[in-house]
Write a protein that binds this ligand. Structure first.
Ligand code: SF4
Ligand code: SF4
Length: 158
C-alpha cells in the first residue's frame, strides 16, 4: 500500500513521456490552429529529436541513379515507379511503408531515409509527396565519367 502511494506521488511530478506535439494542449480546431501557425500568431510545440536510424521521408539523388531497377523490384508496396525512357525512378511517399528495403538494396546509395516525418497532406500526389529528385546526397557514390579519374590525379613534376 505504501509502495503504491509512493509510486503515484512520484508520477505526479514526472514529465509526460509523450511528445506534446504540435501543441501543448489539443486545440479546439486543428485547422484554425494551423492557420494561426502559418500567420505566426502561435508557435508549434517542437517535436522530439528522432533517434539515429529513423526511417522518414525518402530522398533520391537522381543524377547518380544508375537505373538498375533493384529498388523498383524490391519495393513491397509499389511505391516506386520506373521511368523507362529516362531510366530513373519516382517515389510516391503516400504508398511507402518506410521499410527501407530500397535504401538497403541500392548499390550506389542514391536513396536515403531522412528524418522528415511531417507528411500529412490532403493531396497524396502533392509535389512534396512525389520524390523526383532531392539533389546530391552525402553518401551517394559518384559515377565517374570515363577519363575523369586520370584527370583528377596530380601531374608529376619533372
Ligand atoms: S521504403 Fe520500402 S515501401 Fe518505401 S519506397 Fe522503399 S521499398 Fe518501397
Ligand atoms: S536501386 Fe538505386 S541506382 Fe538502382 S534504380 Fe534504384 S535508386 Fe537507382
Amino acid at each position: 500500500m505504501f509502495e503504491a502511494a509512493r509510486t503515484i506521488l512520484k508520477q505526479l511530478f514526472l514529465k509526460p513521456a509523450t511528445n506534446v506535439f504540435p501543441a501543448k494542449y489539443a486545440p479546439a480546431s486543428t485547422l484554425s490552429f494551423l492557420d494561426k501557425v502559418s500567420r505566426q500568431e502561435v508557435k508549434l510545440h517542437p517535436p522530439v529529436t528522432v533517434p539515429p536510424g529513423f526511417r522518414g521521408k525518402i530522398a533520391y539523388d537522381r543524377e547518380n541513379c544508375t537505373g538498375c531497377q533493384q529498388c523498383y523490384k524490391i519495393c513491397p508496396t509499389q511505391a516506386i515507379e520506373w521511368l523507362p525512357e529516362e531510366k530513373k525512378i519516382k517515389v510516391f511517399i503516400s504508398r511507402c511503408c518506410f521499410c527501407a528495403q530500397c535504401v538497403d538494396v541500392c548499390p550506389v546509395n542514391t536513396l536515403v531515409m531522412t528524418e522528415e516525418f511531417l507528411l500529412a497532406s490532403y493531396d497524396k500526389y502533392a509535389d512534396e509527396l512525389v520524390i523526383v529528385d532531392s539533389g546530391e546526397l552525402p553518401d551517394s557514390k559518384k559515377r565517374k565519367k570515363p577519363g575523369a579519374e586520370a584527370a583528377e590525379k596530380p601531374t608529376e613534376q619533372s
